[in-house]
Design a protein. Structure first.
Length: 202
C-alpha cells in the first residue's frame, strides 16, 4: 500500500513507503555494510513496516540479511533516536556497520547520541534517514536521506483535480522517491558539505 500522500479534494498523489526503505538499502548495500540496523517509528504501524520491508529487500539483493536484535522501535522523535543509541551500545555483539532510521529526526538524534559516546559517523558507523526535512539540511555531517517530493506531490494532486474537473484524465498518481546522498553513509556525497562552524550546535 501507499503511505505518505498529498490530498486535494480527495485526489491523492502518493509515494510507496517500501520505496523509501528500498532507496536507502541501495546505498548501504554497496558500501561495506555487513551488519545493518533499523530504527523504526511507532511499532507495527503500516508506515514503519513498509519502510523496513523495503530496506530488507534492498539489502537482500546485495546478499545481506537482517537480524531482529538490531531493530529498535522509536516514535519518530529526536529523543527516541538518542534512546536508540543506548540500546545499540548495550548489545554484546557490538554495533552494526550501519543503521537506517525511519525518519531524519531520529537519525539526527542517533548521530548526536553516538557523537557524545565517541562513535564517529560515518567512520565508525553509517547512519541514514528518510524525509529530507529541515533539520537534515543543516546538520553536520550532512545526513544521507530520501526525498519524498512533497512539493511535487502537491502539484500532481492539483493537476489531477483540474483534469477531473475538465473531464479529461484524472487518476491516482504514485511518485518515485529521490536519494539525497550526504556524508553519513560513507559514500561519495552528492549534497554540498556543511560547515560545522556555522550549522548545528547539537
Amino acid at each position: 500500500m501507499d503511505t505518505t500522500y498529498s490530498c486535494v479534494g480527495g485526489i491523492v498523489a502518493s509515494v510507496k513507503g517500501a520505496a523509501l526503505g528500498a532507496k536507502i538499502g541501495t546505498v548501504l548495500g554497496p558500501v561495506g555494510t555487513a551488519v545493518g540496523g533499523f530504527v523504526g517509528g511507532i511499532a507495527n504501524t503500516e508506515d514503519t513496516m513498509l519502510r523496513f520491508e523495503g530496506l530488507c529487500k534492498a539489502l537482500n539483493k546485495h546478499g545481506l540479511s537482517f537480524d531482529d536484535k538490531y531493530k529498535f522501535d522509536g516514535d519518530y522523535q529526536f529523543f527516541s533516536g538518542v534512546e536508540a543509541v543506548s540500546y545499540f551500545m548495550s548489545l554484546e555483539e557490538g554495533l552494526p556497520d550501519a543503521i537506517a532510521c525511519a525518519n531524519d529526526e531520529m537519525a539526527i538524534g542517533m548521530a548526536v547520541g553516538f557523537k557524545k559516546r565517541g562513535v564517529k559517523v560515518p567512520k565508525n558507523l553509517k547512519i541514514t534517514g528518510v524525509d529530507f526535512d529541515s533539520i537534515s539540511r543543516i546538520y553536520y555531517p550532512r545526513l544521507t536521506t530520501v526525498k519524498r517530493q512533497q512539493y511535487q506531490k502537491g502539484v500532481a494532486a492539483v493537476t489531477t483535480l483540474h483534469e477531473i474537473e475538465n473531464h479529461t484524465k484524472g487518476e491516482r498518481i504514485v511518485m518515485d522517491v529521490q536519494l539525497a546522498c550526504g556524508e553519513t553513509c560513507g559514500c561519495k556525497p552528492e549534497l554540498p558539505a556543511m560547515d560545522p562552524n556555522v550549522t548545528n550546535a547539537l
